[in-house]
Design a protein around this ligand. Structure first.
Ligand code: CP
Ligand code: NVA
Length: 311
């Protein structure tokens, strides 16, 4: 089942599901952050519940959603398949139908995109992706909030260096919407999904920005305003670890790479990072890095999103 989002209105399983209201969500997220920093409490989701199903581990996604719900006056339930009847063969469709009778929203971190689509199709309450093998839309909302805060606008060139994975796919689809140029620089065998790349190029034409591919990181990062990387071995790719480390050896984000970019380049990583593998500690802890701002902004961006969907 292929699905590249387009305003499902109720669900956010692709960054394109918020194509029309992305700017409003970012505005709301910025407002949420300001309120929070000023100690003002906003309880717009009072008495609402969010079910969170995690098929894979998580630090940021779990904690930011759980804390976000608490701050908005609601409640989040952490559910792992082994604790649910899902682990004993109840279908994802039946799980969606049952959860919809209890809760006001479902957040799902899935191995397979098809499962995400099936959950969304069978749920009568909003479904938010907390990552699957195809996309990671909430990450990208936080990333855009971070870029806007630090750079002031999206008149930037973002160069993604590494694996053409879920994070890269969502960045490709989201960049045109905010009006940002993007280059996906990956080895040939690790390109982003072809259908997603083609869609992103078309969106780029529509929104007047350039979306392109490259395979030489040294060339690609020249003049970059944002360098973005992610792990070379995503959750589920562990069996290919050794091969991947060999294939990606020229794609490490290190001082030499950063020096090729714009002087005020920011370096981004969705985390968790493997220090010394896809990014050096020197860069991650250095003056260009904004990785912990990104992590913090997961909280504020998702509060903005949940208010939009569940408020
Ligand atoms: N970036 C991100 O989604 O982190 P977690 O896997 O810790 O949730
Ligand atoms: N691409 C990574 C992102 C982790 C937040 C993964 O899927 O494991």
């Amino acid at each position: 089942m292929e699905y590249i989002g387009e305003n499902m209105t109720k669900n956010v399983i692709s960054i394109l599901d918020v194509k029309e209201n992305l700017k409003e969500i970012l505005r709301r997220a910025g407002e949420m952050k300001k309120n929070y920093k000023n100690g003002e409490s906003v309880r717009s989701l009072k008495d609402k519940s969010l079910a969170m199903i995690f098929e894979k581990p998580s630090t940021r996604t779990r904690i930011s959603f759980e804390v976000g719900m608490t701050q908005l006056g609601g409640h989040a339930l952490y559910l792992s398949p082994k604790d649910l009847q899902l682990g004993r063969g109840e279908t994802i469709a039946d799980t969606a139908k049952v959860l919809s009778r209890y809760v006001d929203g479902i957040m799902y971190r899935a191995f397979e995109h098809d499962m995400m689509v099936e959950l969304a199709e069978n749920s009568s309450v909003p479904v938010i992706s907390g990552l699957d093998d195809k996309e990671h839309p909430c990450q990208i909302l936080a990333d855009f909030l971070t870029i806007r805060e630090i750079k002031g606008n999206f008149d930037q060139k973002l160069v993604y260096v590494g694996d053409g994975n879920n994070v890269c796919n969502s960045l490709l689809l989201g960049s045109p919407i905010v009006g940002m140029d993007m280059v996906a620089c990956t080895p040939d065998d690790y390109r982003p999904d072809e259908d997603i790349f083609e869609r992103a190029v078309k969106l780029g034409e529509e929104y007047g920005v350039e979306i392109s591919r490259h395979d030489d990181p040294k060339e690609a990062v020249k003049g970059a305003d944002v360098i973005y990387t992610d792990v070379w071995i995503s959750m589920g790719d562990e069996e290919e670890a050794d091969k991947r480390k060999r294939d990606f050896k020229d794609y490490q984000v290190n001082r030499e790479m950063v020096e090729r970019a714009a002087d005020d380049v920011i370096v981004m990583h969705c985390l968790p990072a493997h220090r010394g593998v896809e990014i050096t500690s020197e860069v991650m802890d250095g003056p260009h890095s904004v990785v912990f701002d990104q992590a913090e902004n997961r909280l504020h961006a998702q509060k903005g999103l949940m208010m939009e969907l569940m408020g």
